[in-house]
Write a protein that binds this ligand. Structure first.
Ligand code: NAP
Length: 255
């Protein structure tokens, strides 16, 4: 199982928490050299310290993915430190639930800025380097809401649906040039991003007590379960996969 990303330069966004922290740790445990990006500097540094304490290679890069200059600097840092960018994971995201016609401009701009424009900026910054090496794997973390809608999550769903088509478009544009791009659509995973939505659904305990009503496997996913999928897609084991929309959702969309 070891070494599936041996020596590969990886950049993962949203590493201070949840799924991104698990992906960074998993990649490093498989020999990846990981630039860990997040806007939450304190927790980011803690996650990177954990990875290095476990013998992995990682560095912290504080950046707001909705700012093109921050993203450009993060990609530059990866290339200057590790010589290339072989794997890009666009994972950083936000979810601010609300009644659709009441959502304010700031929330719309922030959601699209972080969840959709950020990944566009990162792909635009990384792809020229990937083309230079004739290889690269991009893994985008969308959501089941990229393919199915849910009440109170319409702006989030719009951003995540955009991410699905961004991924498929990039897959087509670079299919013959060594760059693969795939997208993961997780179901409900136990991380802080869901807490505001859970509050609107009667609280986290209530959600988890009734989770089998919408997630047939009957429990939330873990960040590590999504990290395993990301690892497979990032690695050469997924060499025939590009433009794939991979549902990792405990059966949620099987209904
Ligand atoms: P999380 O625990 O809240 O982690 C998200 C991380 O991204 C946080 O550290 C967050 O920092 C960071 N971030 C937010 N905005 C950023 C920005 N502008 N620049 C850099 N970093 C930023 O949530 P998660 O569940 O791991 O979410 C990871 C991805 O999975 C998201 O794209 C989410 O939409 C997707 N997803 C999650 C679920 C789920 O059920 N958990 C399901 C489907 C899809 P702050 O805490 O400071 O905001």
């Amino acid at each position: 199982m070891l070494g599936r990303l041996e020596g590969k330069a990886c950049l993962v966004t949203g590493c201070a928490s949840g799924i991104g922290a698990a992906i960074a740790a998993r990649f490093a445990s498989e020999g990846g050299r990981v630039v860990c990006v997040d806007c939450d500097g304190d927790n980011l540094v803690r996650q990177v310290e954990k990875i290095t304490a476990d013998g992995g290679e990682a560095l912290a890069c504080v950046a707001d993915v909705s700012e093109r200059s921050d993203v450009d600097d993060a990609v530059d840092r990866c290339v200057k430190t590790f010589g290339s960018i072989d794997v890009l994971v666009n994972n950083a995201g936000i979810n601010i639930p609300g009644v659709f016609h009441e959502v304010d401009d700031a929330t719309i701009d922030r959601t699209l800025g972080v969840n959709l424009k950020g990944p566009i900026y990162a792909c635009q910054a990384a792809i020229p380097h990937m083309l230079g090496h004739g290889r690269g794997s991009i893994v985008n973390i969308s959501s089941v809401n990229g393919v199915v809608a849910e009440p109170l999550l319409t702006i989030y769903a719009a951003s995540k649906g955009g991410m699905v088509m961004l991924s498929r478009g990039i897959a087509l544009d670079y299919a013959k040039r060594g760059i693969r791009c795939n997208v993961i659509c997780p179901g409900w995973v136990d991380t802080p991003i869901n807490y505001p939505h859970a509050e609107m659904m009667g609280g986290l305990e209530t959600v988890y007590a009734t989770i089998d009503s919408f997630q047939p496997i009957g429990r939330p996913g873990t960040p590590e379960e999504i990290a395993n999928v990301a690892l497979f897609l990032a690695s050469d084991e997924a060499s025939f996969m590009t433009g794939s929309v991979v549902l990792a959702d405990g059966g949620m969309t099987a209904h």
